[in-house]
Design a protein around this ligand. Structure first.
Ligand SMILES: [Cu+2]
Length: 204
């Protein structure tokens, strides 16, 4: 607020001081409107500047208060449902001859010789689905049920060192997908066929 001397002599007495403005006083408490005039424009400008300042400070303080909350926001979650399965097929020797060439070793392939009825079977162990994807930055949970095979001792190198899936049980494997790329999902019990792929898509 600024105050300047009133120059109009006709206004030096009997003039009422505007009630909307702060009243300047002398040392005895008597208001001095007949000597001084408040520059109302300056008062409005000062008020606007003060209000703007308060608003800016409030906005900055509010924004700063949000930062810890944003940084502490939980990562988006993704649950992928999988199963340990064993697709199987078979026939009888009178319809199709039993293969004479053995399948690759490792437990992932199973070729059962003809039984006393002549029926023979072939199967393979797999993850279903065998290709799964998530986004970098997601909290990923694999919920895996064991359908076929007594147990599957497994690993996802780069993410999960070891886990085991058992028939009739659900195994949950959780990890933060903080690295993009492709990672194998390995079952050591059923090589080489029970190998899946986990694809972590890079953050945009
Ligand atoms: Cu397995």
């Amino acid at each position: 607020m600024s105050i300047r001397r009133r120059t109009d002599p006709q206004n030096q007495s009997g003039t009422r001081y505007p009630t909307c403005l702060p009243i300047p006083h002398n040392s005895t408490g008597t208001w001095i409107s007949n000597l001084w005039e408040v520059n109302a424009m300056t008062v409005r400008t000062s008020t606007w500047v003060l209000a703007t300042g308060i608003a800016l400070v409030t906005a900055v303080a509010f924004g700063a208060s949000l930062l810890p909350r944003l940084s502490a926001a939980p990562a988006p979650a993704r649950t992928i449902y999988m199963a340990a399965v064993e697709p199987k097929g078979g026939t009888t020797s009178d319809k199709e001859s039993f293969p004479t060439i053995a399948l690759p070793p490792g437990g992932g392939y199973v070729l059962k010789a003809p039984d006393n009825t002549g029926r023979w079977e072939v199967s393979t162990y797999q993850w279903q689905p065998s290709l799964i994807m998530a986004n970098q930055g997601e909290q990923v949970t694999l919920e895996i049920v064991g359908i076929n095979g007594a147990e599957h001792v497994s690993s996802i190198p780069g993410y999960v060192s070891s886990f085991t899936v058992k028939r009739g049980q659900v195994t949950r494997v959780s990890f933060m997908a903080n690295r993009a790329g492709m990672f194998p999902i390995l079952c050591f019990t059923h090589n080489p066929t029970m190998t899946g792929n986990l694809v972590i898509l890079p953050r945009q």
